[in-house]
Design a protein around this ligand. Structure first.
Ligand SMILES: NC(=O)c1ccc[n+]([C@@H]2O[C@H](COP(=O)([O-])OP(=O)(O)OC[C@H]3O[C@@H](n4cnc5c(N)ncnc54)[C@H](O)[C@@H]3O)[C@@H](O)[C@H]2O)c1
Length: 355
């Protein structure tokens, strides 16, 4: 798999990762290296990473608690303080080893500490490999509202070593797969069709699909880094998906929904809405729903949940001038951005998901 040049970062895959990493560290002569992990990536991923890291520089490990609930400004303050106490300077490097929480938060910490220091992302969850670590979006949540604070800034390198997936829990694998399915729906039949036999996908198939997904995301981001048009298509399923994720996160009596699980629901809803507003095929929508339900548990969303979820839409980052902007599908691979959807249709879409 060839390395990919994406904006100002270079993405390396599997065996090329560590050669490039070691060369980069030698070439740049960083003053100190800080590695950010959570308790899981500390246990499962850091040992392998350190085995491959060749440097005589001082290395400090900073561990934060795992989980979306910790993707906050308070956690950043903790990491900024630790960096400061450990004498990090503007020539220091941060290496973020983890899922999207670590790469989002670690990227944000790096590009705000002393007005910005270098960082490298080593995504270890499927979701962070195909999505979070590519494209330069960094940031944290504000209370239960997702990704409200952040900046766009690119890591020096992204190192995608799919061996890390060996220890990733199955539900997290499914969560990451949701973003790959989204890439299929927004880019075209060729990639989408590779997922038609979801339950029989092997890890080998996955390596190639991950590579393709990264290229899809990279191409979109490169054409529209600041989300003025094309990049909005990556938000397919995310308008309602994020609202559902936030709603479940903030309700202690609801089960915890992973990001990808919420996006799967959001995509079913967006497909249904598309059938009403853009002429997207009803038959394809039913097939998509059936395929998703063959792999993802149906989540209980009660009628009484609808108003609160709809209320949360107003915090969506794609909104402007008070309008809530949806990405819809005209056909597989052809998106329509900035679509306005009324609440009755959203409720109808929830009913479609539920029945
Ligand atoms: N920046 C972006 O463009 C972008 C895009 C999509 C999602 N995101 C963000 O990504 C986050 C979700 O990412 P995520 O699903 O990776 O969540 P996560 O970082 O919480 O990781 C999921 C869980 O898997 C564990 N884990 C990670 N790698 C592991 C491994 N190899 N072995 C064992 N356990 C491992 C983590 O410790 C965590 O418990 C959300 O905050 C979302 O907003 C960002």
């Amino acid at each position: 798999m060839d390395s990919i040049n994406a904006n100002n970062s270079i993405i390396h895959f599997n065996e090329k990762c560590y050669v490039s990493l070691n060369k980069h560290i030698t070439d740049k002569n960083f003053s100190k290296i800080f590695i950010l992990v959570d308790e899981n990536t500390h246990q499962y991923c850091l040992p392998k990473f350190l085995e491959n890291l060749e440097t005589i520089k001082a290395i400090e490990i900073i561990e934060i608690e795992s989980g979306e609930i910790n993707k906050t400004i308070d956690t950043c303050i903790g990491v900024w303080n630790t960096l400061s106490e450990l004498d990090a300077d503007r020539k220091s490097l941060i290496i973020n080893i983890g899922g999207g929480v670590i790469t989002d938060l670690g990227g944000f910490v790096a590009c705000t500490f002393k007005r910005g220091i270098s960082y490298i992302n080593v995504p270890t969850s499927l979701l962070s490999m195909v999505d979070a670590s590519v494209g330069g979006k960094t940031g944290v949540d504000l209370g239960h509202l997702k990704n409200q604070i952040g900046v766009i800034s690119n890591p020096n390198l992204v190192l995608i070593d799919t061996d890390y997936l060996d220890t990733l829990p199955k539900n997290q694998m499914r969560s990451g797969l949701a973003e790959m399915l989204k890439h299929g729906l927004i880019t075209g039949e060729n990639y989408w069709n590779e997922f038609q036999n979801l339950s029989n996908l092997s890890l080998n198939d996955l390596d190639e699909l991950i590579y393709e997904s990264v290229i899809i995301k990279k191409n979109v981001v490169e054409e529209d880094p600041f989300e003025n048009g094309l990049r909005k298509t990556l938000n397919f399923g995310h308008t309602l998906g994020h609202a559902i994720e936030s709603y479940f996160l903030s309700n202690s009596n609801k089960k915890t929904l992973l990001h990808g699980e919420a996006i799967i629901i959001g995509m079913v809803l967006a497909c249904y809405i598309s059938t009403k507003l853009t002429g997207f095929s009803k038959e394809t929508t039913l097939n998509i729903k059936t395929l998703f339900f063959s792999f993802y548990d149906k989540v209980e969303i009660k009628k009484t949940d609808y108003p609160a979820i709809i209320e949360l839409l107003k915090y969506d980052k794609k909104n402007n001038h008070g309008n809530i902007n949806f990405v819809l599908l005209e056909t597989i691979g052809k998106c329509k951005i900035d679509c306005l959807v009324d609440n009755d249709l959203i409720i109808e879409a929830f009913e479609f998901y539920n029945n």
